[in-house]
Design a protein around this ligand. Structure first.
Ligand code: HEM
Ligand code: HEM
Ligand code: FES
Length: 348
């Protein structure tokens, strides 16, 4: 895995991932169309352009659910963190499929001789706006996210603004649900679509609530302070080897305490690349490896191995009475620290 380290450029893995994703999308559209033809045989068949439009719309909303589920899934089941690395590709795929859906809508209406297909879809003849306009707004939000996804924008806007922009995906989700509820569900008599939509919203809401609740409890539990202000991290033996425990400091900053054999070191939990949760990664080749795109940092000094130059803050640790504690004052990024032993200071 470390050979793929810093997989920011196109790698074979990413090409294969995108080819599989594209293949799955084509298969989805195909299966959707065949099933529709079976369910609605002639003379009640739906015309192929409408079927393609529906298949693409449905695929876009399915992809949106997957994109939204990955974050909480990775928090709840660390084995799924590998899904985070390619989330941006899924996000862009969602935008492209939704854009294609809208394009087919415009083409379809245009093909039937309406004067201005764009206006005809967005504004009704009486001047009112319908569910198509809501879909258009959702597409705009996805467009802004896809267009600003490059690291260039991240550097320009800063983590905070960029992350806040990404949270707009929830606005897009609400708009898409409204688009479907006011559009399709109005004319659709079958209960399958509404039940699927409700099921999807419940699963997503449930995952976010459980993951958020767990994070909140972890942050609340990790604020125990000793008399000199050091923060309790817990029993060092409970940290799995090559993994980390993340604690939240009073300042709101998070620290990842990594265990490598019987040695412990603490780094900032925020990856220097795109702010990924370093503590959810693992130690590979002696370096803490970010689960998102594989940036690596030496655990004892927070520096990326040469030729890379990224540095993140380190923290001092101590073991007292069988508990590991962290000094909440961060060291300058890249400052060397001495790893502590888990048996130091009388741990059992
Ligand atoms: C090339 C485009 C994109 C890139 C590079 C990208 C990358 C990222 C990254 C690195 C994060 C983590 C931010 C954080 O939590 O601090 C993120 C968050 C997110 N992105 Fe994107 N994204 C892209 C496009 C999209 C699109 C188009 C969508 C929606 C369809 C989307 C949905 C999300 C969601 C839902 C989250 C955060 C939710 C969570 O933390 O669980 N992204 N994205
Ligand atoms: C300019 C933007 C958009 C326009 C003009 C548009 C238009 C339409 C129209 C006219 C339909 C009705 C199809 C029918 O008669 O059954 C539809 C259905 C649908 N749209 Fe959109 N849409 C847009 C954006 C989106 C986006 C961004 C998504 C999701 C990410 C989406 C998801 C869906 C879904 C799931 C359906 C239902 C498909 C079905 O009937 O099985 N749409 N859209
Ligand atoms: S490697 Fe990209 S956020 Fe850490």
């Amino acid at each position: 895995m470390s050979v793929q380290y810093r997989a920011v450029n196109w790698t074979r893995h990413k090409v294969v991932y995108d080819l599989v994703l594209a293949g799955a999308c084509v298969a989805f559209v195909g299966v959707f169309m065949v099933m529709s033809m079976v369910v609605h045989p002639p003379p009640n068949e739906v015309s192929p352009p409408i079927l393609v439009m529906r298949a693409l719309g449905t695929l876009a909303i399915v992809l949106l659910h997957v994109v939204l589920a990955i974050g909480p899934l990775a928090r709840l089941w660390p084995r799924t963190t590998f899904l985070l690395a390619n989330r941006r590709h899924l996000g862009v795929a969602t935008f492209l499929v939704a854009g294609l859906h809208a394009f087919v809508v415009y083409g379809f209406y245009g093909g039937f001789g309406v004067e201005n297909p764009v206006l005809a879809v967005l504004v009704r003849p009486d001047g009112s706006v319908g569910f198509e306009f809501v879909g258009f707004l959702a597409l705009l939000v996805l467009l802004v996210m896809a267009a600003t996804s490059h690291d260039f924008w991240l550097a320009l806007l800063g983590h905070g603004v960029w992350k806040a922009m990404h949270m707009a995906v929830y606005v897009a989700y609400a708009l898409v649900v409204a688009h479907v509820v006011f559009g399709v569900l109005r004319s659709e008599k079958s209960l399958v679509f509404p039940l699927l939509l409700l099921g999807g919203a419940l699963v997503l809401g449930g995952l976010h609530l459980v993951a958020g609740g767990r994070e909140w409890r972890r942050d609340a539990a990790s604020s125990d302070e000793s008399e000199d202000g050091w923060i309790d991290v817990g029993d060092p033996h409970e940290i799995p080897d090559k993994r980390a425990r993340v604690v939240c400091l009073g300042s709101g900053n998070r620290v990842a305490v990594f265990r490598d054999g019987d040695r412990l070191s603490a780094l900032s939990n925020v990856c220097a690349h795109q702010g990924g949760p370093l503590g959810e990664g693992e130690i590979l080749d002696g370096c803490a490896t970010c689960p998102w795109h594989g940036y690596q940092y030496h655990t004892e000094n927070g520096q990326s191995p040469p030729p890379y130059t990224e540095k993140i803050p380190t923290y001092e640790l101590r073991v007292r009475g069988g508990r590991v504690e962290v000094n909440p004052r961060p060291n300058e990024p890249g400052t060397p620290t001495t790893p502590v032993s888990i048996t130091e200071g009388g741990a059992s």
